[in-house]
Design a protein around this ligand. Sequence first.
Ligand code: PA5
Length: 435
Amino acid sequence: MQGIKLDISGTEKFVSKEKLHEMEDRIFSAHDKIQDKTGEGKEMLGWFDLPSHRKEEEIERIKSCAKKIQKQSDVLVVIGIGGSYLGAKAVIDLFADSFANMKSYRQRKYPEIIFAGNSLSGKYLRNLIEYLEDKDFSINVISKSGTTLEPAIAFRTLRLVLEQKYGVRGVAERIYVTTDENKGILHDIAVKNEYERFVVPDDIGGRYSVLTAVGLLPMAVANIQIEDVLDGAQFASYLYNERSLETNECYQYAAMRNILYEQGKRIEILASYEPSFQYFIEWFKQLFGESEGKNNKGIFPAGVNFTTDLHSMGQMIQEGKRNIFETVLNVETDRSFISLPSLDVDEDGLNYLAGKDIDYINKQAFLGTLKAHIDGGVPTMVLNIKDVNEYYVGQLIYFFEKACAISAYCLGVNPFNQPGVEAYKKNMMNLLKGE
Ligand code: PA5
C-alpha cells in the first residue's frame, strides 16, 4: 500500500500546469539514464534495485549480529560520518522514544545507540570515553573508503578503550566493521583481526547506502524491522519507476524543484512538524547537497523543525528574500493520544482548546503556516506520510533517493560523485603533515 502522497497544489500560484508538462522530456531523459545505466555516474546505481536484490543470507547475518550486540552490550557506538551514519541515525530517531537514550535498557528494550566519529571534537570523544567507562559496549565502525579521518580517529581511540576492557580476544567479539569488500585500511584491519565484516557495495555511494548494512545493522539493533523497511523501499522502487510525469509523484517533485530553481528559488527548505524528523532532514540535506551542489549549480538544501523554528526562521521564510521554496513532511496519523486538559478556572485562557488533541493543534499550525507561506510568496509542496511505520519509511527513503538522482540529472550534474569534498581534506592533511 502506498503511504506517501505528494501534494503540489501549493505551487499552483507560481508554476502553471503547462510549465510542469514542459519538463516531461528532461524527466524522461533522466529516467532513461537511470533505467538504461547511461548517465554520468552510471557505475553507482546499485541503490536503484537494491531493495529487490537484497541478499537474504546477509539480512539474516545482520539480524543475528544485532541480537548478539543486544545481548552483550549496554551501548552500541556507531562510528561513521556523512552517508556512513546519517541514514541510520535518521531512521532510528523516527522510531525511538523521544527520551530513548535517557531510559534504561529494560525500558528501551535495546542498547543505547551513540554515534561517534562524525566530528573532530576532542570534547565529545573525551566525554564519550568517560561515559563508556562503566558500561559494556560494542562498536560498529562504518567507512566505505576505510580512510576517512574522523571515523578513523574515533575507531583507533575507542578500540583501545575496548582492548583495555576486554583484552584483544574479547574485542574481536565486539567490533563490527562495515566497509569495502576487498580493499582499504579498515578492510585490512578487519581481516587481520577477524572482526565480523559487512560490505558497502562498490556501486553504492555513502549517501545512498542507508538500505545496505550501513544503515540496517544499527537499525536492527534498535529493534527496527529491517525487512519491512526494505519491503517498503521495494514497493516504492516499482511505483516511482513509472515513466510518467502525470502519475509519478517522485518525478513531479524532481521536476518542480528544477522549475522553481530556474525561477530563482535557490533554496529548498525541508520542514517537519515532528522533532523526531530532525535527522531525517539532515539525511536529506546530505543526499541532495552532495548530489546536486557542483559545477556552480545546485539547490541549497536547508531544513527546519516546526513549530520550534517558526520562532527563529519563520520571519525569514515569511518575509525574507523570495529565493526559497518549501517541502513539508506531514505525518497524518497521531499515536500520541494526548489532549489539552480542561480547567475549572480558565486561568491561562486555554479552555477554548480543552479536549483537543495536541496533534490537532499541531496540524492547525501546519495548515495556518502553509497558507501564510504560500501567500507570502513561498511555493510549497507537501509530502503526506500516512504513518511512521517501517514500510512507509522505506518508501520515504526511496522516494527521496530516486527524486535526488532524477533531479540532479535534470540539473545537468552527476548525482553520484562528490569531488568538492576533497578540497578541505587536502588542506587539512597538508597542515597535519606539516607540508
Ligand atoms: O555520501 C558520501 O559518499 C559521503 O558523505 C561519505 O559517506 C562520507 O564522506 C564518509 O565516507 P566513508 O564512508 O568512506 O568514510
